[in-house]
Design a protein around this ligand. Structure first.
Ligand SMILES: Cc1cc2nc3c(=O)[nH]c(=O)nc-3n(C[C@H](O)[C@H](O)[C@H](O)COP(=O)(O)O)c2cc1C
Length: 181
């Protein structure tokens, strides 16, 4: 799949089933995504891969923090994809590269990874929500004090197989500006 097709046909996939990429395939795709622009080549990010029992353990921790009547739903939502790749932002102390630039680098990698997954026939969606605010999950995931949870990519195979459709594009020329002199 060429890059224009990948960009124009990628959609966030809410309903995902198996198969998901193996750890080896994820590593291969991540290597590609890591070629994204990254000031200072700091790689200020890391991924924690959750499947099966690990997914359940973090889901249970999240559910335990929810109101009793919400717990089942929280758990169900957390378990809805076969692979959850949690994105941890790990900024490095480099005065030449401010933290916002490092955050931009981490976002570049996430988007690149979504495109590569899509080009291979996998689906993904970036989710944030409760996970980013959960102290219990932070500790279970081993997120350090100077790190930040940026959510996760739910990854799998689209539950409803569909031919990639090019999205109809919005006119964004009103977002283009020129110097007026
Ligand atoms: C940083 C970030 C956080 C997101 N968090 C959520 C989320 O918590 N739940 C969700 O359903 N989608 C989430 N999304 C996905 C967006 O909602 C999705 O990209 C948007 O609906 C557009 O769909 P598309 O990717 O198919 O164009 C998030 C996307 C980004 C970039």
């Amino acid at each position: 799949m060429d890059v224009t097709t990948a960009i124009l046909t990628r959609r966030s996939i809410h309903s995902l089933s198996g198969p998901a990429p193996s750890d080896q395939e994820f590593a291969y795709l991540l290597k590609g995504a890591a070629a994204a622009p990254d000031h200072g080549r700091l790689r200020p990010w890391r991924w924690i891969l959750l499947r099966n029992a690990d997914l359940e353990a973090v889901g249970a921790r999240l559910a335990a923090e929810a109101e009793p009547e919400e717990r089942d739903l929280v758990m169900k939502k957390f378990m809805r994809a076969p692979l959850k790749a949690v994105l941890v932002f790990s900024p490095k102390a480099k005065p030449r590269v401010p933290e916002w630039e490092q955050l931009a680098s981490a976002s570049n990698v996430a988007y690149g990874l979504m495109l590569l997954l899509h080009a291979r026939g996998f689906g993904s969606i970036w989710r944030t929500g409760r996970l980013c605010q959960s102290p219990g999950s932070r500790s279970l995931l081993g997120v350090e004090l100077d790190e930040q949870l940026l959510g996760s990519l739910d990854i799998g195979t689209p539950a409803v197989p569909a031919e990639p459709v090019r999205r109809s594009l919005e006119d964004v020329t009103d977002r283009m500006h020129f110097l007026r002199r």
